[in-house]
Design a protein around this ligand. Structure first.
Ligand SMILES: [Zn+2]
Length: 233
């Protein structure tokens, strides 16, 4: 397993030192060959895995930690549409956060391709490879899939870093996707990349509005007081 000094470089040293003043950062060997981070109170556990970019992967996880310290958290949701799971919302939150931290990652001096390292990023191409043929086959049978089934692959496509390999999926998707999805989901994530705040209720709400699922609401507090309903945006 890497020792801390093997994970630090000019790009992430300052970030690490700032975070280490406020939190205890522990390293553990990853059990699944992917990087993960878990924050429990003032203790952070980063699961480290063998990689060609140890410092970049460490920086990536530290940027997630920095967001937590800034107050970023996955909003709670009320689903009156049906079928939206905590797993889906958690997945979207992770991609949204990647969109938000990606520019900072590049500013620290790391190469775009080294942003990949933790499990969720690596899973994206697998998901596209699996879901796109299903979508194409459904349409070929004359059926109309829910708009969410079109919106999610665009989220995957926009998930950083950009990769030429993904563009073949985009051209296949563009052929079968209603234009409100093909245009508005990428536009939403482009906008998000310039937003570094911690309140993602609007982003979630707009995403589900685009997917024509207006009866889903998002709250940071878990109460009705600050709920934002997709259909009202
Ligand atoms: Zn990540």
């Amino acid at each position: 397993m890497y020792e801390l000094k093997e994970l630090l470089d000019d790009g992430n040293q300052k970030l690490h030192d700032e975070l280490a003043k406020r939190l205890t950062i522990k390293l553990e060997q990853s059990v699944d060959s992917y990087w993960h981070v878990a924050i429990n109170g003032s203790e952070v556990i980063i699961d480290v895995a063998e990689t060609v970019w140890p410092a970049a992967c460490f920086a990536h996880e530290l940027l997630h930690v920095e967001r937590r310290l800034q107050g970023a958290a996955c909003p709670q949701f009320i689903d009156n549409e049906g079928g939206v799971t905590p797993q889906l919302i958690g997945y979207l939150f992770n991609v949204f956060e990647h969109v938000q931290i990606y520019s900072r990652f590049l500013e620290l001096g790391y190469a775009a391709e080294s942003f990949i390292g933790d499990s969720d990023v690596a899973d994206i191409d697998v998901a596209l490879e699996r879901d796109l043929p299903v979508l194409e086959a459904t349409i070929a049978q004359g059926k109309t899939p829910p708009l969410l089934n079109f919106a999610l692959p665009y989220v995957a496509l926009e998930s950083p870093p950009p990769h030429p390999r993904r563009e073949k999926y985009r051209s296949r998707l563009d052929k079968i996707t209603p234009s409100r999805i093909a245009q508005n989901v990428p536009a939403l994530l482009q906008k998000l990349s310039a937003y570094h705040g911690t309140d993602l209720r609007h982003v979630f709400g707009l995403f589900f509005k685009i997917a024509n699922m207006p009866r889903i609401g998002f709250s940071n507090t878990g109460s009705q007081d600050d709920i934002i309903v997709a259909g009202n945006l």
